[in-house]
Design a protein around this ligand. Structure first.
Ligand code: COA
Length: 141
């Protein structure tokens, strides 16, 4: 097992996200874009150098950082890899006053177990995500 701070193969990353339902309609170029603008990246490789886990974060270096896109390949889930990725990212952005994320609906306990707390006043607006879609996937009220 090996932890690194970059993505060497975006085809592999695209396949990983698609396989765990975190593609969210994004193309490989979309992933290149969001990872290239994320200062903090964790990628986790197995002994055969296959990408089995990933996550990224970005921030303003003082007030707020956002953690996103944590995923572990299906056959490697439940072995503590996601927790390692999350904790590594938290450590990288711990100089921020607040570290924020939004969980995929149903994944809240993973983050609660790792010292994240539900926010009472978290809100979002979007000109890209139709409200009805946001509601149907359980993101917004
Ligand atoms: C959410 C996700 C990243 C968690 O990754 P993971 O590697 O399975 O997470 P962990 O193994 O660290 O923790 C998961 C559970 O396994 C348990 N676990 C940790 N180490 C373990 C071990 N060695 N043996 C058995 N169980 C273990 C943890 O206690 C945890 O239990 P919980 O479900 O009660 O919280 C992963 O399930 C995933 O990729 N899901 C699909 C994509 C997704 O939804 N990502 C989240 C976006 S918000």
């Amino acid at each position: 097992m090996r932890l690194t701070n970059k993505i060497s193969n975006f085809d592999e990353l695209f396949t990983l996200y698609e396989s765990v339902g975190l593609g969210n309609g994004r193309t490989k170029d979309d992933l290149i874009k969001v990872f290239s603008t994320s200062k903090y990246i964790i990628s986790y490789y197995d002994k055969s150098n296959n990408l089995i886990g990933v996550g990224r974060a970005f921030g303003d270096e003082l007030d707020c950082a956002v953690i996103c896109d944590i995923a572990v390949s299906k056959k490697e889930q439940g072995k503590g890899i996601g927790t390692k990725i999350l904790n590594s990212l938290v450590k990288m952005v711990e100089h921020h006053m607040r570290v924020l994320l939004y969980a995929e609906p149903g994944k809240e306990s993973f983050y609660k177990n790792n010292n994240f707390h539900l926010m009472k006043t978290a809100m979002m607006t979007s000109s890209k995500l139709p409200l009805e879609l946001g509601r149907s996937i359980g993101f917004i009220e």
